[in-house]
Design a protein around this ligand. Structure first.
Ligand code: ST9
Ligand code: ZN
Ligand code: ZN
Length: 359
């Protein structure tokens, strides 16, 4: 049974790929099959109710020339203005009250958790369960992060895991650092992203009333949570100037959260070592881990996408894991999925790059 996974598929052979690429792709599928064989309780779906975040080796990129890039000028202009606003915010820092900077940092943590503990670990991967109060909190925090609504974010993220580094990956890192960082938001998607994305099982997201409510009122919630709320608090409560209140906790904080998140798609797919699977691009990148509240253990994460901690090291540089653990302690979350030490070690020995360390 396991030998079957290591045989290159017809489509890969017909594309005349270099043998190293064929082996790498076959190993990714082999990896998944082997993992299942290694542990009975840690099957790929578990009780998550979805498996569409597992790499699909059967996908073949279409033959022939790639479709031409179609720029979305509205996004290019808005993203440039936003980053200019962020630079202006940086320049304003010395003029701001310390409490405004502290507020900006709190807004960073809240919006980051809306992405890491919310859109990512809960809604994209179903790596733990959250009760209604926590889901409402995470959806509000997610609107503060303004990274597309949870439904769209989780759909794009599942398609990223399932078709990593191919045409069907929205931020395919083989198209370069800039494309995987922000460029993918400035052009029309490759048709395969949409075609493959439409076949994903998103029933769990559609059944989640919090997710669908946030999607329905997304624009309003973004205006309120990403821009108004962070601005109004310092302006009203400690008399910060409107200019500092807007450009620091709202604009600069938003730019920082965006770039910290995008670095997971760019830097953590290019720089770092691969202790768990040397055949895939995602890496362990300690700088990204630090800036993204524990989301830079990306070789581990793509190897075991169902692990709630996205790492084998618990709270180490992993504020998001500490947060989820605290939520479980308070009875607001449960059912954390964790890969056993034995499975991790076996995988490191079988497919790791020998670094056996993170970062
Ligand atoms: C942003 C997202 O920044 C950031 C994501 C980061 C992810 C990081 C992941 C790393 C792991 C986690 C780490 C977290 C770390 C956090 C740290 C925090 C400190 N499947 O989209 P359209 C359909 S957003 C199925 O317009 P175009 C779609 O439904 C920033 N279907 O495609 C629609 O159908 P219909 C703010 C799909 O025209 C049709 O296709 N936002 C899929 O190619 C057209 O959809 C922005 O900057 C799919 N996957 O445009 C811009 N995709 O017509 C937002 C699409 O039937 N985006 N469809 O309704 C856009 O403007 C556009 O999407 C576009 C592409 C221009 C990029
Ligand atoms: Zn990735
Ligand atoms: Zn993920």
């Amino acid at each position: 049974m396991l030998f079957v996974f290591n045989v290159p598929s017809q489509c890969q052979l017909s594309k005349d790929l270099p043998s190293s690429t064929i082996t790498a792709r076959a190993m990714r599928n082999g990896g998944a099959g082997m993992e299942k064989a290694l542990s009975n309780q840690e099957d790929l779906g578990g009780d998550r109710g979805m498996t569409d975040d597992i790499f699909d080796e059967s996908y073949c990129e279409k033959e022939g020339p790639k479709p031409a890039k179609r720029y979305v000028w509205r996004n290019i202009v808005l993203m440039s203005l936003l980053h200019l606003g962020g630079l202006y915010g940086l320049w304003l820092i010395p003029a701001a009250k310390p409490v405004t900077l502290a507020w900006g940092f709190l807004c960073f943590l809240l919006s980051a958790l809306g992405v890491t503990a919310g859109a990512h670990r809960l809604w994209s991967h179903r790596s733990y369960k959250a009760g209604l109060p926590l889901r409402i909190f995470l959806a509000i925090a997610n609107s503060m992060a303004f990274q597309n609504d949870i439904y769209e974010w989780a759909r794009d993220h599942r398609v990223h895991h399932k078709f990593s580094e191919t045409d069907a990956d929205p931020h395919n890192a083989t198209r370069g650092f800039f494309f995987s960082h922000v460029g993918w938001l400035l052009v029309r998607k490759h048709p395969d992203v949409i075609e493959k994305g439409r076949k994903l099982d998103l029933a769990d997201l559609k059944a989640d009333k919090v997710v669908m409510f946030q999607r329905r009122f997304y624009k309003l919630s973004v205006v309120a949570m990403c821009f108004l709320f962070p601005t109004i608090v310092p302006w009203c409560f400690w008399g910060e100037s409107l200019r500092n209140s807007f450009f620091l906790p709202a604009i600069l904080r938003y730019v920082v959260v965006l770039n910290a998140s995008w670095l997971v798609n760019s830097a953590a797919h290019m720089f770092g070592n691969r202790p768990y699977d040397r055949n895939i691009n995602p890496r362990e990148n300690r700088w990204v881990t630090f800036g993204a509240l524990g989301e830079g253990f990306h070789n581990y994460h793509h190897t075991f996408p169902y692990d709630y901690s996205t790492s084998e090291f618990g709270w180490h540089y992993n504020f998001t894991t500490a947060f989820i653990d605290l939520m479980c302690l308070l009875g607001l979350a449960s059912d954390r999925k964790k890969v056993s030490k034995e499975t991790i070690l076996a995988r490191k020995i079988r497919t790791g790059d020998g670094s056996h360390k993170s970062g």
